[in-house]
Ligand binder design. Structure first.
Ligand SMILES: Cc1cc2nc3c(=O)[nH]c(=O)nc-3n(C[C@H](O)[C@H](O)[C@H](O)COP(=O)(O)OP(=O)(O)OC[C@H]3O[C@@H](n4cnc5c(N)ncnc54)[C@H](O)[C@@H]3O)c2cc1C
Length: 423
């Protein structure tokens, strides 16, 4: 049987794959999307039960469809996000084939296409768009040995508080996942320790507008790269409990014990860096900077938004901040679980093409890789800060589709004589 052929093969049927399909379809480019599980599988099964979107429904969506049955200012549950994406795929009639895994892809030299091996046969494609997600392989730093007498899980495998053995929990990492899971565990009655590194923590809302709105009008979602000399830090935001600012002092006042970066483990004792106060202070500065920028914007544009001076009141420092723990005997503290909310690594093991640097990162410009015909979508900071978010990926997909369309026109070029002869 001959191999199946298509112009552009999109690997992955999450939001990136769906956005790509929409733009390829609009440009009239024949394509196929292969998804190894179901549409938006990551939103269905790879995240905890109580997760809601971090951005409000009016913002964290594609331009062409609103969430159904959801207050635009509310935060859709993860299942609603998955349904939204499936509805969207149906609305645009995306050619997605579910349950088909891409196992390998390589260029066939001299043939002008890639040979893509899948769990359901071989596909030949002129272009490949890797839309398999930036959050693929859970990463647990090698701090605590696997045979230590404490259960270790990654936030990827966390579902709900009942899943964890009785006892206190040490949550490592205070980005959106760590901060939200730590709060969920505390509200479920667990004693919780939270290990906090460098982070940004924008206000959930200020002067009646969500932070997503402020970042939009201030142009901060469109920032193309991090400021020189700065490192990417995690962002602690939450739509849980109706949407609240992540305020570590408030969590401490409610009983959570904050510690610095987790550094080492020896004989049942965890040790922490002396950086808690500094990390909290930097998070506060980031929070206050955004309030300043928002006020300046409101004044400049004459916006009639309610003043909110109380947003600038930072609560008192809790004892765990003024006199931070540097060592913690896990057994003595009754800690039975360490939950690592420490992020993810990429995994493009199936792509046998020379497009990666020495760290395994794709070499690309706005998703267009150094290898003609290979594209990436959904990478953090692919073209701007918003790139890995639902709405941001839609714009990056448009750029890639435009690029593929232009390349197709070049390849369609015929010399003048040949054109005349066929006229
Ligand atoms: C905990 C968490 C919360 C988040 N919350 C938000 C939020 O509130 N708002 C927001 O805008 N963003 C949020 N994000 C960021 C981002 O929107 C999501 O990670 C989103 O799922 C990324 O979409 P994607 O399509 O790039 O990747 P994914 O959703 O991971 O989709 C990739 C798809 O590719 C498939 N796949 C992988 N390998 C293969 C293969 N070899 N063959 C075929 N198929 C394959 C997978 O099954 C998967 O369905 C969150 C991320 C995390 C981790």
């Amino acid at each position: 049987m001959p191999n199946e052929q298509t112009d552009t093969l999109v690997v992955g049927g999450g939001q990136a794959g769906i956005a790509m399909s929409e733009h390829l379809g609009k440009a009239g480019i024949p394509h196929l999307v292969l998804e190894k599980d179901r549409i938006a599988e990551a939103w269905r099964t790879a995240r905890w039960d109580g997760l809601v979107a971090n951005g409000p429904a009016w913002h964290d969506r594609f331009p062409g469809l609103e969430f159904r049955d959801c207050d635009p200012d509310g935060f859709p549950a993860k299942q609603a996000v998955a349904e939204y994406l499936a509805d969207y795929a149906a609305m645009i009639d995306a050619p997605i084939r579910c349950g088909v895994e891409v196992l390998g892809a390589e260029r066939i030299e001299g043939a002008g296409h890639f040979r893509v091996e899948t769990s359901d046969g071989v596909v030949e494609a002129k272009n490949i768009v890797c839309a398999t997600g930036a959050f693929q392989q859970p990463v647990i730093p090698p701090v605590v040995p696997q045979d230590a007498l404490v259960t270790q899980i990654h936030s990827y495998d966390y579902k709900n508080p009942d899943q964890l053995a009785a006892g206190a929990v040490m949550v490592v990492g205070a980005g959106s996942s760590g901060a939200q899971i730590a709060q969920e565990l505390m509200l479920a009655g667990r004693e919780v320790y939270l290990s906090i590194g460098a982070h940004d923590r924008p206000p959930r809302a200020y002067r009646g507008r969500d932070y997503c709105w402020w970042l939009g009008v201030l142009g901060l979602w469109d920032v193309a790269s991090m400021a020189p000399g700065t490192e990417h830090v995690t962002i602690a935001v939450s739509g849980a409990q109706g949407g609240q600012t992540v305020d570590f002092r408030r969590l401490a006042a409610q009983g959570m014990i904050l510690v610095g970066m987790t550094q080492a483990y020896e004989k049942g004792v965890l040790s922490f860096a002396d950086d808690l106060a500094g990390n909290i202070a930097a998070g506060d500065a980031n929070y206050l900077d955004l309030l300043d920028a928002a006020d300046a914007y409101a004044a400049r544009h004459g916006l009639d938004l309610p003043e909110e001076p109380e947003a600038r009141m930072i609560g008192p420092d809790p004892a765990c901040l003024t006199d931070p723990l540097r060592m913690l005997d896990l057994a003595q503290a009754g800690i039975t679980t360490i939950l690592w909310a420490t992020g993810y690594a990429r995994d493009y093991g199936w792509l046998k093409v020379d497009v990666f640097d020495e760290h395994g990162a794709p070499r690309h410009q706005r998703g267009v890789s150094v290898e003609p015909g290979v594209f990436f979508l959904g990478l953090p900071w692919q073209s701007r800060r918003g790139s890995s978010f639902i709405w941001g990926v839609w714009h990056d997909a448009k750029h890639l589709a435009d690029h593929i369309h232009t390349q197709r026109k070049y390849l369609d070029y015929h010399e003048g004589a040949a054109r005349k002869a066929t006229a």
